[in-house]
Ligand binder design. Sequence first.
Ligand code: SAH
Length: 244
Amino acid sequence: MFSTLLSAENDPMGTAISDFYAKGRAGRLRVFSPQFDEDEIPVKTLFRTFSEMPLLEQTALTLAEGKILDVGAGSGCHTLALKEMGKEATAIDISPLSVEVMQSEGIQAYQVDLFDSHFVGQFDTILMLMNGSGIIGKLKNMGAFFERMRHLLAPQGCILMDSSDLRYLFEDEDGSMLIDLAGDYYGELEFTMQYKQVKGKSFDWLYVDFDTLSYYASQFGFKAEKIREGEHYDYLARLTWNGQ
Ligand code: SAH
C-alpha cells in the first residue's frame, strides 16, 4: 500500500542527486505517468538555494519553528536552508542515495519511510514540500497519514505542506469538468522515474485541492489554513494539530 524503503538499484532520483552532488552536473531524470506525456525534472533544481525557491517554499521555511522534520527531503535543500537560518532540522527520505548525500552535507538524515510506525518524535513543524502531499499517495491513506502525524508532532505542532488543485487539467473552457465523478479522485496520479539505466518502481502521488485537504484534516483533529496561493493552482497549507 505505502512506499517502502528503496534500494540503490531502484532509486533513480537518488542516483541523479548523487551524481549531481559528486560532479556538479547530471543526466536527465525522466518522469513517466500513464496520465501524461513524458516529463523531466531538472536535477539542478533539486539543489535549489533559498533565493532560488518558489515563494511558497520560502514562506514555509520562514514559518517553520522549533524542532523541524523535513519529510521526503531529497537532496536536503530545505534542511540546509533551515540550518542557515539557524533552525534545527532533521531529514528523512526512503531514498538511500539521497540520504547518503544529505549525510555528506552534514545533515542529520535518516532513511525512513514516513509511514513506518517505528519512527516517532515530538516535532513542532513537519515540512512536506514540492507537492509534499504526494507522499500520502491516495485519498484513502489520509487517515493513516494523520495518524502518523499525531505520533510525530508535539501537541499544537503543525504540518506545512504544498500541493496543487489539478482541476484545471480536466476543466473545459466553460468551466465544466470533464472528469468522471464516480471515478477515482482527479488528483491521484501514478508515476515512474528513470535516470540513465536506473528505473524505479511505479508509485502513487497525490495532488489535493485545499477544500478536500481541509475536510480530511478536520476529520482527524487538524485545523487547515491556506497560507498562500502560488502562481499556478498551487498553495501552501498549514495543518495544526489540536493535540487530541
Ligand atoms: N522535498 C525535496 C524532494 C522532493 S521529491 C525537494 O523539494 O526538493 C519527493 C521525495 O520524497 C523523494 O526524495 C522521495 O524519495 C521521498 N519519499 C517518497 N515517499 C516517501 C515516504 N513514504 N517517506 C519518506 N520519503 C518519501
